[in-house]
Design a protein around this ligand. Sequence first.
Ligand SMILES: [Ca+2]
Ligand SMILES: [Ca+2]
Ligand SMILES: [Ca+2]
Length: 440
Amino acid sequence: MRILVGAPRAAGQGAQQGTRPGALFRCPITPEEYDCERVDIDGDVSLDRESKDNQWLGVTVKSQGIGGKVVTCAHLYELRQRVSQPSETRDPIGRCYVLSEDLTERDDLDGGEWKFCEGRPQGHEQFGFCQQGLSVSFTPDNNYILFGAPGTYNWKGEMRVQLINQSLLDLGFYDDGPYEVADQRQLNARLIPLPYHSYLGFSVDSAMGIMSLGELTFVAGAPRANHTGAVVLLRKDNVYRLVPQHIFWGEELASSFGYSVATTDLNRDGWTDLIVGAPNFFDRKAEIGGAVYVYLNPFGHWDDQARPIRLNGTYDSMFGMTVSSIGDLDQDGYGDIAVGAPFDGDGKVFIYRGSDAGIETKPAQVLDGRDFDVRRFGYSISGGLDVDKNQYPDLAVGSLNDSVVLFRSRPVIHVVRDLSIEPQNIDLEQRNCQGRDGVW
Ligand SMILES: [Ca+2]
Ligand SMILES: [Ca+2]
Ligand SMILES: [Ca+2]
């Protein structure tokens, strides 16, 4: 097993020497510190029609797990027209690569042709600034892939959901979609229930049990919507559209509510709960910087929602820049989450345990980048996968410091100490230590 790591600022090689296209690395799980290898993708460039310099390849990396697909994106990949002429245009549409488990291109789904804004009307008011792949995700059943494209339609943003299951596709079970909020056929931006500059698709996720128990619901963050930020729940309609079901609004101006989202069942009631990061939340008096909102699912009736539980970070910490469902870390049946605060000192990751009440608001554990000599620790978090097969899910934490730290969880055994002393009483008159060095 290997850990995949995106390095979006990595320098180019070969034809891309002297530029910064970014890269994807694979790292074996060994005690060795420097044995990561660059994955051989996206090596060539056609400068007459595209630019990969500063395209941020590796900005997102997701895996379906063992035997499944891998996706990585470059949200600033640029299409160019009329290069070196006064009328040259540059359109950062973004692009994603899908790879098979061995990180090569094996079937029709694999490769870098995942760029849905190519061939559509360009310009910032249409599809010229899609920035596809700033967020990306697979559905839990692995049948669909989700792309966030927050620059689409004058930064209204967009989410696209597309089939990825080749085997089922061949069998004809699935031939639906692709789906977009603005309708994949109509391309009608008015169907997106948010104003311009909302950045819908900055974060994306999906889960069963959000709106109803048997239905898949999509989640898209829009951290600039109405200046407070928003998170939209959507479902597929029968044709090409993702239909909004509910909108959560942030509570504070410029808090970037929806910068990150995660889903898990925290209180073990069978309904999936929602976790939303607002890393720019700010309260000077209380010295809070960054917040995470936990919405316990009111049995799918989100309109009657109770107030969320708010977890607070320290001043200027960017607490909530990443939130991640990390599985059931302690195997007590309640889902657990991790929250990154990359500017809290050298960066910290807070682990919270789900409980009957929803969540224990005091972190069960705080991982501190200082302990590993890693700065901006917690910039990314990936959890839920058991790398050492001890049944406990493990956690990888990224940084802006060329480092990833893997935490392997293990059962904690509470030892009850029973200390007995022989003899029970010490006879101060008995000088049996006499004669030994240092004893008088
Ligand atoms: Ca729940
Ligand atoms: Ca748990
Ligand atoms: Ca494990």
